[in-house]
Design a protein around this ligand. Structure first.
Ligand code: ZN
Length: 317
């Protein structure tokens, strides 16, 4: 099967900043939830690799610069050392040739715009081929407010300017982690398609990190994408989740007309609690099997697992 995933924190773990990984390793092979040895089972595989700002608040511009530079260097080194099986993609053409060669297609995103504080670092992200930026992580930053801080505070003037600057360079805004007010500020100041790379349905699981029906519908109307997140607290309020909990979010979003806007943003290496039966990136096969058992057609499964994200990339990147 083919698999296109919108969000993982594997680079953060490889950078040495990580918190979860017990066995360190490389992008090719490691003890975490995702490596290229395991994704080789997928006939075609594409992954958006996030440069995550980190859970500790960034205090100074210099600190942001040091973190951003180290994360970018980690990603570039990891991609270069796997160039026999992986291509760093910036454009639709890069993606299509990686697909044709049967290599993994890797894109770069930034999780937490507070990582980009100086003009030089914003320019470095553009030059490095970053294509997606989450505007806030959970904290309040100079650009706006995260979902865990205050849902009534939105984007700042600087945040609006950043969105417009990035949009002019073909970099798409990611609303995962953004406050609800920030989401609607963004919809007002930017006309581009919007992504929520790793967020679920708040109607199914009432967590601040999940999307309301109105938010999801607005993303669909823009031709955007939403990636289903496998972190247990975003799937259910129960202690444990299984595949049926993932299916409930997919069903709900499909019922809202999002069948062609839905994909996976599993959050590999960014979450320590996954649904039973899904221990790592190989578990997507189990999700596809469950969807087939529940009557989803081959086309519907392909759309969710790969084609919807592929269509977005080929139309927009
Ligand atoms: Zn995240």
């Amino acid at each position: 099967m083919d698999y296109f995933d919108l969000h993982c924190d594997t680079i953060y773990e490889l950078s040495g900043y990580g918190v979860y990984r017990k066995t360190r390793g490389t992008l090719r092979e490691n003890g975490g939830q995702l490596d290229l040895a395991r994704t080789a089972r997928y006939a075609h595989y594409a992954q958006v690799f996030a440069l995550f700002c980190g859970a500790a608040p960034i205090e100074t511009e210099e600190e942001a610069h040091v973190r951003f530079t180290h994360l970018l260097q980690t990603a570039q080194n990891a991609f270069a050392s796997c160039s026999d099986v992986l291509v760093h993609c910036r454009t639709a053409d890069d993606f299509l040739s990686a697909e044709q060669e049967g290599k993994a297609a890797a894109f770069l995103s930034i999780e937490g715009a507070e990582l980009l504080q100086s003009e030089a670092d914003i320019q470095a992200a553009i030059d490095a081929g970053v294509r997606i930026v989450t505007l806030a992580w959970n904290h309040r930053s100079r650009y706006g407010c995260g979902a865990a801080s205050d849902n009534d505070a939105g984007l700042t003037e600087a945040g609006i300017r950043l969105v417009q600057r990035l949009s002019a360079h073909g970099i798409f805004p990611d609303v995962s982690h953004l406050s609800e007010r920030g989401f609607w500020d963004l919809m007002e100041c930017c006309s581009a398609p919007v992504l929520a790379t790793h967020s679920n349905s708040r109607a199914v699981c009432p967590h601040l990190r999940n999307l309301t029906d109105a938010q999801f519908t607005a993303i669909v109307q823009r031709g955007g994408l939403v990636g289903i997140n496998l972190y247990v607290p975003f799937l259910t309020r129960k202690k444990h989740a299984d595949v049926s909990d993932i299916l409930r979010h997919i069903e709900h979003f499909c019922a809202l007309g999002g069948e062609e806007n839905l994909c996976i943003g599993a959050d590999w290496d960014g979450c320590d609690r996954l649904p039973d039966g899904i221990g790592d990136v190989t578990g997507m096969e189990r999700l596809a099997e469950a969807l087939a058992r529940h009557g989803y057609s081959d086309t519907q499964i392909r759309n969710l697992m790969y084609d919807n994200a592929k269509r977005f990339v080929t139309a927009n990147f």
